[in-house]
Design a protein around this ligand. Structure first.
Ligand SMILES: *[C@@H]1O[C@H](CO)[C@@H](O)[C@H](O)[C@H]1NC(C)=O
Ligand SMILES: *[C@@H]1O[C@H](CO)[C@@H](O)[C@H](O)[C@H]1NC(C)=O
Length: 122
């Protein structure tokens, strides 16, 4: 295709090595601005790995507690990455992730970030 330039962005060059890096920052920034996260908030998220790693990185910078709800089929390499930023990982059936994250957040008076439902706001 003459006269067409293709420009690639290398998302793996981000600090968390994930294409969710920027999105995670947007989520955390939104939650801060909206007052969902304060000093002692525990944040909960349902994730298959990448978003949790990036969110964990951002929340770690802020010193905010983070609990991740992942599918019980999560690959070890992804779990290891998430564990760099949180010690608390809850495994559950993949179809129950969101429900479980919501429940845990309610039970422990935390904030469920909900990357799926809040994407439009972010
Ligand atoms: C993308 O970034 C990673 C991490 O910095 C680097 O190892 C890799 O070589 C880069 N890929 C390209 C195609 O530049
Ligand atoms: C957070 O927790 C600390 C220690 O319990 C407490 O001193 C502080 O007032 C709390 N901050 C907020 C904003 O609730």
């Amino acid at each position: 295709m003459p006269n067409i330039d293709l420009i690639f962005k290398n998302e793996s060059a981000s600090r968390t090595g994930s294409l969710k890096h920027r999105y995670a920052w947007a989520l955390v920034f939104w939650a801060l601005l909206e007052g969902h996260i304060t000093q002692n908030t525990t944040v909960f998220e349902a994730s298959s790995g990448n978003t949790a790693t990036s969110e964990g990185y951002m929340l770690n910078l802020l010193g905010v507690n983070f609990v991740v709800i992942v599918p019980d089929t999560l690959e070890k390499i992804k779990e290891d990455r998430i564990r760099l930023y949180t010690s608390e990982i809850i495994k559950t059936y993949i179809g129950k992730r969101i429900e479980r994250a919501e429940e845990e957040a309610k039970k422990r008076n935390g904030f469920f970030m909900n990357q799926f439902a809040n994407a439009d706001r972010v």
